[in-house]
Design a protein around this ligand. Sequence first.
Ligand code: ATP
Length: 344
Amino acid sequence: MEVTISNIRKEFDLYPALHDVSLNIRSGELIALLGPSGSGKTTLLRLIAGLEHPTAGQIFFGNEDASNRTVQERNVGFVFQHYALFRHMTVADNIAFGLTVRPRATRPAKAEIRRRAAELLDMVHLSGLEKRYPNQLSGGQRQRVALARAMAIEPKVLLLDEPFGALDAQVRKELRRWLREFHDRTGHTTVFVTHDQEEALELADRVVVMSQGKIEQVGSADDVYDTPNSAFVFSFIGSSASLPVERRDGMVFFQDQPIGLATDATGPAQLFFRPQDVALTSEGAALSGKVTASRRLAGARIAEIDVGNDGNAHHIEIEVPLDAVATLGSEIRFRPTRWEQFAS
Ligand code: ATP
């Protein structure tokens, strides 16, 4: 099911949690809503679910305006971070719950419900555990039961709010791989909320980067990492270094010194680059910094350096080859090999 969010605004007591958000989610896509705390991810997910209603704007499921539809009418599956399984019900009964509470006219027969629950258990690789109770399962198993329960109603859209947030790192990793495989097998349109960029980049077909109630960028993992379209996205995703610069006469200046980068733009800007996208140089205009600390990676070294005049130095990290001199207090001269500039 395709979901189109059109110029949505959401206010809570006049506080705008979302400003004019538009997004087209393709049928069968796995989408991550990624952003810092308070950026509006959960609000957007709840609006898609129908748990909240927009102050302005519309939400379409396919070509149908679903803005005024209830949660049940939208037929969405929902999984929260704190898998609220029913403690007094077995795994099989938990999964079957959404079907058993349907109005009689649309409720499948008991045998059919049992068959579907067994099929879903198999799908989430939990066959054999149907008679267990939630407290007899691991966190990862419980979360898979929650997913199976959400899937049981054959939702048009699956919505997951930090689904692996409460689990330890190893289980999170396993469940991520599992969710990707599960999604590819079932082909449901799925939207999940996360503040973990690694999870978003690894799992999603497209990542929606949010900040302060707005969408900053929508794109594949490669798009948002390699061609971030704003200072926020550049610094939020992956490691980055940033310096205030001035552009004039076709060149980039840092603290009034040219740094060996050419540009057509003019005026003040913030220069961004990745720690690994630098080349050390002994000649020509370049940036230069004093090493304040360094640490070893597998194939390189990260040097922490102070760039710029004393009293107005900027602390950044760059990656240097293992054979480079990066002793404390030594000077490193370098130029970014890939960089972006955002007017400031
Ligand atoms: P987190 O990662 O911390 O869950 P989030 O990106 O999901 O954050 P939201 O939960 O969508 O952010 O909240 C967005 C903003 O709207 C926040 O400033 C929050 O305080 C506010 N907000 C959310 N729900 C309500 C509500 N029911 N009443 C008032 N304000 C709310």
